[in-house]
Design a protein around this ligand. Sequence first.
Ligand code: ADP
Ligand code: MG
Length: 699
Amino acid sequence: MMQNLLQTPIEYLKGVGPNRAELLKKELNIATYRDLVNFFPNRYIDKTGFYKISQLQRNSSEVQVVGKIVHIKMVEQKRGKRLVADFVDDTGRMELVWFRGHKWIRENLKLNTAYVIFGKTNWFNGMFSMPHPEMELVADYKKNLRTAMQPIYPSTEMLAKKGITNRVIMKLMQELLRQTGLKFIESLNNDLITELKLIPKSEALFNIHFPKSQELLARAQFRLKFEELFFIQLQLLRRNMLHKQKIKGFNFDKIGANFNNFYQEHLPFDLTEAQKRVIKEIRSDMGSGAQMNRLLQGDVGSGKTIVALMSMFIALDNSFQACLMAPTEILSVQHYNGLKELCQGLGVNIRLLTGSTKNAERKDIHEQLENAEIDILIGTHALLEDKVKFKNLGLAIIDEQHRFGVAQRAKLWKKNEMPPHVLVMTATPIPRTLAMSLYGDLDISVIDELPPGRKPVKTVHRFDSNRLKVFRFIREEIQKGRQVYIVYPLIQESEKMDYKDLMDGYESIAREFPDFQISIVHGQMKPADKDYEMDRFVRAETQIMVATTVIEVGVNVPNASVMIIESAERFGLSQLHQLRGRVGRGADQSYCILMTSHKLSSDSKTRLETMTSTNDGFEIAEVDLKLRGPGDLMGTQQSGVLNLKIADIVKDNSILKSARFYASKILKEDPNLSLEKNLMIKNAYSRLVKNKTIWNYIS
Ligand code: ADP
Ligand code: MG
């Protein structure tokens, strides 16, 4: 009964009708009764108190006053007309002011009749005035249902223009709650309700719209936030579970010659404990019989590559092929060279496929892939092309996940009848809370330890006016045999200007350092030229690399010990951190110098302070999350994931953790939610899945 009622198109609610229904749908995505009841206020105004005019303070925000209009006049000024009413109570006089809608207001306002007015006051010309007050006759005010706090709903310009004011939405909500008789079906079980002292669903929904007290509002918010996060976690965890049951994967139970031989004879260093742990996790995943779907997080320089290689050896040892996909040509080439060197003398056939691979070679690669002569294929997006067919792809590794979408991940799967194991590697640390929500369906491994002997990069902030000192420092470092990066921003919208900045910078550096060799790399160069320049720097033929952010990801030149970031205020935190990760890879003390002008926003200051105070990628990611909010942080393609109705992944961190804890506990005991006591949860869950209320955004 209740279910059907909630499905009712909003058009049929008293006070809506077809026109408003269309607006509500278009502007607020409200199509049914259910949508409306789940449309929550974003703030509340406490209207329990009344002010006397003599009590008004110059800095009081919104106030409510009872009084009468004794006079109305039109005031004409150069800036336009305004309608001014004298409003009095028994303690004083103030003005009500309208800049628009004069005719209607004049015709409808009653003189010498008691009104309740509400709004913000200004102190102007020795008098308080209230522009565009909300007004209600005291007679009506007394008749209407009151709650302690008035909800303020999100609105849009269009809604305001068409007269769907906050008051209208409130009225609709009251009507809806009246019709439903507040009999909303409970969606959580008794255990949870008792354990977390939650208020019942109906009470929560009533109090979120019309809070009876601050306390009930807080409890309503907690209950609804918990519920929202709980069902998302339930979905993610269940998906992960089903995935493991249903999606069979190759069972790589052998550890053979490639892995062992490499480990015993060719490993150039001892693995860190974190690397060992992660390799174990991957090994056990690939030997479980289910498809691996794992996210490997590790800060720049934490040594993900060797983990990737050893995972690929496991595939090879079980007679399967492996591939490694990187987002750029430079990175692919670097991986290719690095891995080839590591595999020397192992008899592993590694090939490289990118956009610039010549046709003849491409054909050769296609052939060798299909007859399994190639063991490991490394490359860019080129690997995703339909023509690229493996004989038996057992493991696909994707480096630097944030450049690839979920859809591309899925494409790799389809290369086989049975999906290969998938390992996604990212150097962008994702705050735990966010990872839980975004990648709750992936298993997560973290390398939280850097290889030994690394000196933390020293980071400083310098103003452009100190450039000469910075140049002197560059010279000293180069004279010690080191190399230097100088990076310029590249932002799509102002590509031309950035290009000019880069070129100007290049010229001034060339003038400053006529005795040094300088490489330059930017996005408008041909790949071959880029590679040539990169290569000169890698081989230490050049001492300075002037570049845009193309070098951001993955590039490895251990001898480079200085990273200068120009216009650092224009970079995001994660980018700054990535760039800094390009140095500090060798044994020498490394430096990162953040250059800015003196004009800095407070966010920029926070970013610079964060960079100079910590090297910990996870800490930086947390600050970034707070500064930018989750949607922005993950990029538009995934921001929808975080389009929550009431909870906030950052602020409600602890609720999220608790939601995940309980969701996991319930699923462990009752994976299919078939126990009697979980019936409410099961019903709510299927309803949500069916209506796609929450999940439509989860990939
Ligand atoms: P990232 O995680 O950023 O991809 P890399 O895999 O490129 O890091 O590793 C960075 C550098 O650290 C490489 O030069 C690599 O050879 C070296 N390295 C990796 N693991 C270790 C280790 N356990 N001990 C010493 N050096 C290591
Ligand atoms: Mg890497």
